[in-house]
Design a protein. Sequence first.
Length: 131
Amino acid sequence: SCMIATADNIFVPLAFVFNHFWVLVPVLVYLTIIWMPNNLPVRALAAILMLFPALMFRTTRLLAPEGGFAPIHLFVVTAYLATIVGMYGMLKPSHIEKALAFATRTDGLARSVGVLFTVMGILLAITGILV
């Protein structure tokens, strides 16, 4: 006999999955540990880069002027760049790992990159204090 899809019988498999979701959680955690051991730190960094701009945008929208340039726009641009890097890091974590490996391949280069990011952070902090 042919089974006709109705609202009663089409959601039965979904109800089984949702009622037994607790079984899937440890299985998915185990599979994540097996398949992505090297990418978890990069994906965590990417998640932070995607999430912190959301907090920033709540404040910057209130402070941004209607027209013209203001120092607060530096925060907005930095937040958008961080979001883009975070999304790229979620999609291609191996590329972010390669970029980090390239930026830290020698001691001098690693220190230079650290100084660059420190100076950028200090400038953003000063801009935030003055705004």
